[in-house]
Design a protein around this ligand. Structure first.
Ligand code: GLN
Ligand code: ZN
Length: 762
């Protein structure tokens, strides 16, 4: 009989119950016991839901109060010195301090660094390690959660982050190599495995997603050494080990993965179905193959007939007992339950599957493999839904296809090179040296958010809402004029979110009411669903930019979200390649850019903060991704005259790997986030001899702290030491929407003064 297993279930709860419980605890409303009870209730509910959906072996220890990497660090006592005293007395407070910092009487602890989990929008906390440090098994979370499920009559497979991935995802504070710590770490894993076996766990899942990335010799050697210890004959009592890989193909690491002395291997057959044949050949006889056949990263129904072909092929090779069916990766990256979704129309909903439905799909596949007649109904329903989607007139728009087909290289090329454009732009804009500007948004005050909520719920008419927004915009323009900024913005008060705002106005997008996915800790996002060809029925932002420009003689900067960022922060179609969807978005944005220009907007910014995070996990695939990403940006921005100045903005980026492509975007001006790194992020631009204009951020907008003029002058001098004065813009790191007005005003005043001081010296 074919076994259905799961690698991980979303822990936040269908109605974000964990978010609420955490926030009540953090605010002091709920004590630790109340929080733990809420967490236990969610775990119990999720185990039962998985069993009811047909899962034979659900996971345990996939739950986390904040993050599974932080859990691992905590479990093995990798607690940096600064949290130690607190950890002695209040372990949970120390855990949360590592996650989000802690400021209270006599204590001021900053949090661990947070970064993106592979190419997902989930963020993990980066463990801080140092040479020579010790590890110890601390607490018993995996054991306790295994027992908790057992007491509910549910036999689970505990999930642990594997030792090599753990070390490679960590950073060292002393520049030493984290892998040097492997031998110190392994005994704690061995001890934990023994305890799990004693508690009755027959299998354990060790996640080693690093195996789908490019590995150097040291990392390969670490895998061999680690699993010789954990899996080798020398190991004492332990559960069988399922080595889990996901997010891509094993490729050149396949031989390595297959050679490790473990009992099973999980592979991602959604991202990399083509690896099945090679995996079956490489995997020794007698070893379990866990086949990841249902996409854990997207919300579409699985093509069950296709999945079944792969499953049958694997079954012929392995036999039914050694084949398990599973999602491609943990379902952490999918919303919980489609049946609770009320906002989508019935047709669209019939095309989708959230976590619960994905597990039901696996059950149908397993039943079909085992020859149960009951599977037929599930397969037939799946075929019908997929057929309907394929044929739906909502998905395909011949006009979009025709436009794409007519695109030529010239459409992705400004009329003249930067040098010539620069002359035209300077004549048109008449800006001073070191021009000042901001990144787009101004404070989204409670008042603004309340007005939007009222409008959404029908309590504020469209006319009144727009009048309110005009008032906010006018106020924002007056403030900027008073501050003496050179290039103004309208403030983005009409926007809820930089992707949603555009998605709501474009054809081909849908929005869920409850499709929450954890981003980090208690924070969740509800990505838009791109289900069809993208087009722009009418202008989206022109009204606001034109209004704002009518209030001032200074240049008003139009503000758009770029095609790659819209793509990256949405659930995208699985029936066509990502680059094609991206090009469709680019064409829609091109119309908007051109309309802004026609409305008299001479400076247009197209934000692309997500370019860097979209980089594929394997270097070999970077080139093709970067090529189409750059092309999409250029399609969006190349329809304008030389005199129209195109800006772009990127944050959360590290530029060393992508500077060629950033330069190839050929924006006239780019603003980046540099204040935290004290201009270090500029290095890549300097080394590359970046020719166009740059605004390195001089004000860290992630903090309520107001930097003074001297501090900004200092940062600008650093920038002037490596850039030509004609290249340099003066601006904050990013948009100001999370800040309040008083601090914004004070910081921008200092910013304008800093620019003036240096301008006088040039
Ligand atoms: N224009 C956007 C803003 O100012 C940019 C946001 C971002 O880069 N994340 O809010
Ligand atoms: Zn930004």
């Amino acid at each position: 009989m074919t076994t259905v297993t799961n690698l991980g279930f979303p822990r936040i709860g269908a109605k974000r119950e964990l978010k609420r419980a955490l926030e009540r605890h953090w605010s002091g409303e709920d004590d630790t016991a109340t929080l733990q009870a809420a967490a236990a209730a969610l775990r119990a509910r999720h185990w039962k839901l998985q069993v009811a959906a047909g899962v034979d072996v659900p996971p345990s220890n996939d739950f986390s109060l904040y993050d599974q990497v932080l859990d691992t660090a905590f479990l093995f006592d990798a607690i940096p010195h600064r949290y130690r005293t607190l950890a002695e007395h209040e372990p949970l407070a120390a855990y949360f301090a590592m996650a989000r910092g802690l400021q209270r009487e006599g204590i001021d602890l900053h949090a661990l660094e947070m970064t993106k989990w592979f190419d997902t929008n989930y963020h993990y906390l980066v463990p801080e390690l140092q040479a020579g440090q010790a590890f110890a098994l601390r607490g018993d979370k995996p054991l306790a959660e295994f027992r908790e499920a057992k007491s509910l009559g549910i036999h689970t497979r505990p999930v642990l982050l594997g030792p090599v991935s753990f070390l490679l995802l960590a950073k060292t504070t002393d520049g030493s190599a984290a892998l040097e710590l492997l031998d110190a770490l392994l005994p704690s894993y061995v001890q934990l495995l023994a305890q799990l076996a004693e508690a009755g766990a027959d299998w354990v899942q060790l996640d080693e997603p690093l195996l789908v990335q490019d590995l150097d010799d040291a990392a390969r050697a670490a895998f061999e050494r680690a699993y010789a210890v954990l899996g080798g004959a020398a190991a004492q009592v332990r559960p069988k080990i399922l080595l889990a890989t996901y997010f891509g193909a094993l490729d050149d690491n396949l031989e390595l993965a297959a050679s490790l002395p473990v009992e099973g291997l999980h592979v991602d057959l959604v991202r990399a179905p083509e690896q099945l044949d090679a995996v079956l050949k490489a995997l020794p006889a007698g070893r379990v193959l866990s086949a990841g056949l249902v996409n854990g990263r997207n919300i579409w129904r699985t093509h069950l007939d296709n999945a079944l072909i792969l499953a049958r092929y694997a079954q012929t090779d392995r036999g039914a007992d050694l084949l398990w069916l599973a999602p491609s990766c943990s379902l952490l990256h999918s919303p919980v339950d489609l049946s609770l979704e009320k906002k989508l129309d019935d047709e669209l909903r019939s095309w989708l599957a959230f976590s619960r439905q994905k597990l039901e799909e696996l059950r149908v596949l397993a039943d079909a493999l085992d020859g149960r007649p009951s599977a037929e109904a599930g397969l037939a329903a799946n075929r019908d839904a997929l057929d309907a989607r394929r044929r739906s007139p909502r998905v395909h728009n011949p006009a979009v296809a025709a436009r794409l087909a007519a695109l030529t290289g010239a459409d992705a090329q400004r009329h003249s090179g930067y040098a010539q454009r620069r002359v035209a732009q300077h004549a048109a804009l008449q800006l001073p040296l070191l021009p000042t500007t901001t990144i787009g948004s101004f404070p989204q005050t409670l008042e603004v958010r309340e007005a939007r909520a009222k409008h959404k719920s029908g309590k504020l008419s469209l006319a009144d809402y727009e009048a309110f927004l005009e008032q906010q915009t006018a106020h924002c323009v007056r403030e900027q004029e008073a501050l003496g900024l050179d290039v103004l913005v309208h403030g983005e008060f009409e926007r809820n979110d930089m992707v949603e705002y555009f998605g709501e106005q474009l054809e081909g997008f849908a929005f869920t009411g409850n499709g929450w996915v954890q981003s980090y800790g208690s924070r969740c996002v509800k990505p838009p669903v791109i289900f069809g060809d993208v087009s722009r029925p009418q202008p989206m932002t022109v009204r606001w930019s034109r209004y704002a420009q009518s209030l001032t003689r200074k240049p008003m900067k139009g503000m758009l979200t770029g095609p790659v960022t819209v793509l990256q922060w949405s659930f995208v179609r699985d029936d066509q390649e990502r680059d094609l969807t991206c090009r469709q978005i680019a064409l829609a944005l091109r119309d908007e850019v051109n309309d802004l220009e026609a409305a008299g907007i001479g400076v247009i910014q197209v934000d692309e903060p997500a370019i860097r995070e979209g980089l594929p996990l394997r270097r070999a695939q970077w080139r093709s991704y970067l090529d189409w990403a750059v092309e999409a940006f250029r399609i969006s921005t190349s329809g304008v005259r030389d005199a129209t100045q195109v800006h772009t903005h990127m944050c959360y980026s590290e530029f060393n790997d992508i500077i060629h492509s950033v330069a190839a975007m050929d924006a006239d001006v780019i603003s980046i986030e540099t204040s935290r790194s004290r201009m270090e992020l500029l290095d890549a631009f300097v080394r590359f001899n970046y020719p166009n204009e740059i605004g390195p951020g001089v004000y860290d907008i992630h903090s309520p702290r107001v930097p003074d003029k001297a501090e900004m002058v200092d940062l600008l001098r650093k920038a002037l030491a490596v850039l030509k004065p004609e290249q340099l813009w003066v601006n904050p790191d990013c948009g100001l929407k999370t800040r309040g007005w008083p601090e914004t005003r004070a910081a921008l005043q200092a910013l304008v003064a800093a620019a003036a001081e240096l301008r006088a010296e040039q």
